[in-house]
Ligand binder design. Structure first.
Ligand code: FE
Length: 381
């Protein structure tokens, strides 16, 4: 597949110059946001989740976005941030409230700062109360705000640990968030009921804790009587987030440590032809084209194992398990190709070290890598 172009990003953005994507982690009900300035292709990610790193990185790469920073609205108690993994993969900055004092932060943020990505920027607004280091990120034109856990849809973050304070939160919400224009869209860090977005006008009128006629005394009384259970991941999440998500053991291990795997947004593991060629002796190459194609003018990669896709289910046991497997077909594209389907089939059969050859035989041939031919006269290389 060709590398993404600015046009691809513009198309994904649907025309406007700003791309906004809301992603969701069902395990922790966390929303992650990707913003990108289409003309410059620069972007930021807000509130990433450690376990969702492969998904987030794939989307950033597929759209050809240069990630400027991975930002967190606060030190989360319910999930570990993916910031350190993103920093390691892309070189992006790690942004968090300076108050948090976390390790590995390269962009300590304070109220009034701006985070610039291409021609756009986010305003940084301090919104303490849920924690003492909560930030809200407001888009430059005040059309969108990312409220973290300070203000949720019809709700708000708890105030009973991490230096939380209900009165402080009330002032943060009313003075820094609900003071934005009524039409400003509000995107929360969490929702447990599928509510993805709200607006200033909606929350002013309908927020269950401070909307309508509720005043500070009502809000504080509400918050002090919630009696919520402790988050079940807090003992893991807080110390990990004080390292910006870097694992305690240094975290240099990855599940895909046998090769420079890149996963498509759809989750397909892929390797490039030149890497596969360089490591040919350490891999099993499985060619899933038909017999006639393999005999034809495209040729075959020397030493590859031929198992046509319709026979793969039955013959998967022929594939050695002592080395990684790379699957190939003619096109090797990440959507709709036979090798993409074959890769998924082999994963279902329990192979963990398996990847698609990106671009298939076509990419192999285009790079002048060795092929062998059967009975017909080769057309190249
Ligand atoms: Fe939180």
């Amino acid at each position: 597949m060709a590398s993404p172009t600015p046009f691809a990003l513009a198309a994904a953005a649907g025309g406007p110059s700003l791309l906004v994507r809301q992603l969701f982690d069902p395990e922790t009900s966390t929303f992650t946001y990707l913003l990108a300035d289409v003309p410059s292709r620069q972007g930021v990610l807000i509130d990433s989740v450690y376990e969702q790193h492969p998904r987030d990185l794939s989307l950033i790469r597929e759209l050809g976005i240069h990630l400027v920073a991975s930002l967190d609205t606060h030190g989360h108690a319910d999930h570990v941030t993916g910031s350190w993994r993103l920093h390691r993969a892309t070189g992006c900055a790690i942004g968090l409230d300076a108050v948090a004092g976390a390790e590995n932060v390269t962009l300590p943020l304070r109220h009034g700062d701006q985070v610039t990505f291409g021609g756009r920027h986010l305003e940084v607004r301090a919104t303490p109360g849920h924690t003492d280091g909560c930030l809200c990120f407001v888009l430059d034109d005040h059309s969108v705000a990312f409220t973290g856990d300070a203000l949720l849809v019809r709700s708000c973050g708890r105030c009973d640990f991490q230096q939380g304070d209900a009165s402080t939160l009330y002032h943060s919400i009313t003075e820094q968030i609900l003071s934005l224009p009524d039409h400003c869209l509000l995107y929360p860090a969490h929702d447990y009921s599928g509510r993805a977005v709200s607006s200033v006008a909606e929350e002013k009128a309908c927020n269950a804790r401070l909307g309508g006629e509720a005043d500070e005394r009502d809000f504080v009384g509400y918050m002090e009587n919630l009696h919520l259970p402790h988050p079940n991941r807090i003992s893991i999440a807080l110390p990990a987030n004080l390292r910006s998500g870097r694992p305690a053991d240094g975290g240099l291990e990855e599940a895909d440590d046998w090769g420079p795997i890149e996963r498509s947004y759809a989750g397909l593991p892929e390797l490039t032809a030149d890497w596969v060629a360089d490591h040919r002796d350490e891999l099993t190459l499985v060619d899933v084209r038909s017999e006639s194609e393999v005999q034809g003018p495209d040729g075959r990669i020397p030493g590859s194992l031929l198992i046509p896709l319709p026979e793969l289910e039955r013959r998967a046991g022929e594939i050695p398990t002592d080395r990684p497997t790379v699957v190939l077909c003619h096109s090797g594209s990440r959507s709709g190709s036979r090798s993409a389907l074959a890769t998924q089939q082999l994963q279902k059969k329990g192979l963990t070290r398996v990847a698609n050859l990106r671009g298939g035989i076509r990419a192999w041939k285009a790079q002048g890598l060795p092929l062998e031919y059967s009975s017909v006269t080769p057309s190249g290389p």
